[in-house]
Design a protein around this ligand. Structure first.
Ligand code: BEZ
Ligand code: FE
Length: 270
C-alpha cells in the first residue's frame, strides 16, 4: 500500500543526508563507516528499537497536538498481544518469589466529558524490579507481569503488581554504541505500560511514571509527560497484617470517544 507521507519523509531524509554529507565534508572512509553502522543496526534487529527510542514519541506528539484527554506515549518494542486475562481487582501474573516491592496500581477511566467507561479493555505490561521484560530476557516465564483486564461498572480498576525497576535499553549493540558516541546513558525511568481499548472509542497507548525517579528529566526515549507522573505511596504492611510494606499509585484516565479513531489497528500489530 502506498503511503505518500511515508514516501515524502524518506525522500526528505535523502535530501537531508546529502546536505549533511556536504556540511560535514564526508570522505569515502567516513561514508563507509556510516554504511557499516546502519548495516549493523539492521542485522542486530535493532531498527525498531532505535526508531522507538529516537522518534516514536515525536510521532505521537504530532498526532495528538490538538486533541483532548490523557496523553499518549510510546508503545515501545515490548508489547505482546493476547496475554492472560486477569480479574479486576486482581493481580498480574508473576513468579512466586517475584523480586521487588508490591504495588497496588489503581485508576479510573472516563470519557472526556467525565462519564465512566465501564468494560474498557486494558493491556498492562511492565519490566520487573530488575528492569527486565518477559519474552525479552532469559529466565523469566512467558507473560510474567503482563495481563489484560476490564474496567468495572464504574470505570475503575485496581491491579496488584510490583514496582518496576529502571530500564536500560540494550546497550551492547549498535544502538548502545550510538548512545556512547553521543554521550547519553541508556536508561528510561521506571514505568508501567497501558493500552486502553474502550468499547466505543479511541485506543490510547500510554505509560505511567513515578515522582522522584532520577530519569524523568533525561529519559533516553523522551517518553515522559508531566501528566503521566504519579506518586508511589508507601503503606505500612503491619497495619494490614502483611509481612512487608507495600506501595500504592493511582491515576485517572480520560479517553476520547469519536467516530474516527486517531489510531488504526495496524499500529499495534507486531
Ligand atoms: C519501553 O518503553 O519499554 C521502551 C521504549 C522505547 C525503546 C525501548 C523500550
Ligand atoms: Fe517499557
Amino acid at each position: 500500500m502506498k503511503n505518500q507521507k511515508v514516501i515524502d519523509v524518506y525522500q526528505g531524509l535523502v535530501v537531508k543526508f546529502k546536505e549533511l554529507i556536504r556540511e560535514h565534508e564526508i570522505d569515502h572512509d567516513d561514508y563507509q563507516e556510516l554504511v557499516n553502522w546502519m548495516d549493523r543496526l539492521g542485522r542486530a534487529g535493532e531498527i525498531p528499537l532505535f526508531m522507538d527510542v529516537f522518534f516514536e514519541t515525536h510521532a505521537l506528539q504530532e498526532m495528538y497536538k490538538n486533541v483532548k484527554g490523557t496523553e499518549p506515549t510510546i508503545l515501545g518494542p515490548y508489547f505482546i498481544e493476547n496475554t492472560p486475562i486477569v480479574e479486576n481487582p486482581g493481580e498480574l501474573p508473576q513468579r512466586e518469589d517475584e523480586p521487588g516491592d508490591v504495588l497496588n496500581f489503581s485508576g479510573s477511566v472516563k470519557d472526556t466529558d467525565g462519564n465512566p467507561l465501564a468494560n474498557t479493555k486494558i493491556d498492562m505490561w511492565q519490566a520487573d524490579a530488575n528492569g527486565e521484560y518477559s519474552y525479552f530476557a532469559e529466565g523469566i516465564p512467558d507473560n510474567n507481569l503482563r495481563g489484560v483486564f476490564y474496567t468495572d461498572e464504574n470505570g475503575n480498576f485496581e491491579i496488584k503488581t510490583v514496582v518496576p525497576g529502571n530500564y536500560s535499553i540494550p546497550s551492547d549493540g549498535p544502538s548502545g554504541q550510538f548512545l556512547k558516541w553521543i554521550d547519553h546513558h541508556a536508561f528510561r525511568p521506571a514505568h508501567l505500560h497501558l493500552l486502553f481499548q474502550p468499547e466505543n472509542g479511541d485506543k490510547l497507548v500510554t505509560q505511567i511514571y513515578f515522582e522522584g525517579d532520577q530519569y524523568l528529566d533525561n529519559d533516553v526515549a523522551q517518553g515522559v509527560r508531566g501528566s503521566l507522573v504519579t506518586k508511589l505511596d508507601k503503606k505500612s504492611g503491619a497495619e494490614k497484617g502483611l509481612e512487608t510494606d507495600y506501595y500504592t499509585a493511582h491515576l485517572d484516565f480520560e479517553l476520547r470517544l469519536q467516530d474516527k479513531p486517531v489510531f488504526s489497528k495496524e499500529v499495534y500489530s507486531v
